[in-house]
Design a protein around this ligand. Structure first.
Ligand SMILES: O=C(CO)[C@@H](O)[C@H](O)COP(=O)(O)O
Ligand SMILES: [Co+2]
Length: 219
């Protein structure tokens, strides 16, 4: 069954502990933490102290998505804060291989992520280091945007590369996931689906998580 990673970007920041426990109770697999620096993306969110604050609140995997310029500067801090996966953008540093090495050396799972405008070929040389490959299906910076279907071609390419080379990374999709787009993601070969507004902007979080997971069963 596909894993679901609710993004706390769409949670109630004044009630974050409650909102994290709510999705944990209703079948979430990871907690997706969107870190934005106001430079790589036109929005500002959390730093390492937020990861440290939510670490004791949940046993779920903390899946930390760094949308920041030169993320190498903060990998140690995010690792020390209790991140389980740290994912860096290929577009965010000239030293992406070093950034991935640093994450692994810190004892954390290493993720690589590409924007809608970046091809899979840009990350082929670091796939051997990756525990997770994240495909953005919106331009990063905000929740609640429309899913860009053409990005799913990249998921199919990654499945092929993983098979051909015996890589072990999970394929995660982020942006515009709902009960309908989730079916397309699963059909393309995704293992983990981030869902922010679809899960949290609802009175029935349990049903929303169940509907995303059901995408794997219906297809
Ligand atoms: O990384 C990002 C946005 O940059 C995401 O993780 C969003 O938080 C997903 O939100 P929805 O598109 O699911 O509302
Ligand atoms: Co994200």
């Amino acid at each position: 069954m596909v894993k679901v990673a609710p993004s706390i970007l769409s949670a109630d920041f004044a009630n974050l502990e409650r909102d994290i426990k709510l999705v944990e109770k209703h079948g979430a697999d990871y907690i997706h933490v969107d870190v934005m620096d106001g430079q790589f993306v036109p929005n500002v969110t959390f730093g390492p102290s937020m990861v440290a604050a939510i670490r004791p609140v949940t046993d779920l995997t903390l899946d930390v998505h760094l949308m920041m310029i030169d993320p190498e500067r903060f990998i140690g801090d995010f690792a020390d804060a209790g991140s389980d996966i740290i994912t860096v953008h290929a577009e965010s540093t000239p030293h992406i291989h070093r950034a991935m090495q640093m994450i692994k050396q810190a004892g954390v799972k290493a993720g690589i992520v590409i924007n809608p405008g970046t091809p899979v070929s840009a990350i082929e040389s670091v796939l051997e280091l990756a525990d997770l490959v994240l495909i953005m299906t919106v331009n990063p910076g905000f929740g609640g945007q429309k899913f860009i279907t053409s990005c799913l071609d990249k998921v199919e390419q990654l499945v092929e590369l993983r098979n051909k080379n015996d890589y072990a990374f999970e394929i995660e999709i982020d942006g515009g996931v709902d009960d309908q787009t989730a079916k397309l993601c699963v059909a393309a070969g995704a293992d983990v689906l981030v869902a922010g507004s679809y899960v949290y902007n609802s009175d029935n979080v349990a049903e929303r998580i169940a509907k995303v997971k059901a995408a794997a069963i219906n297809d």
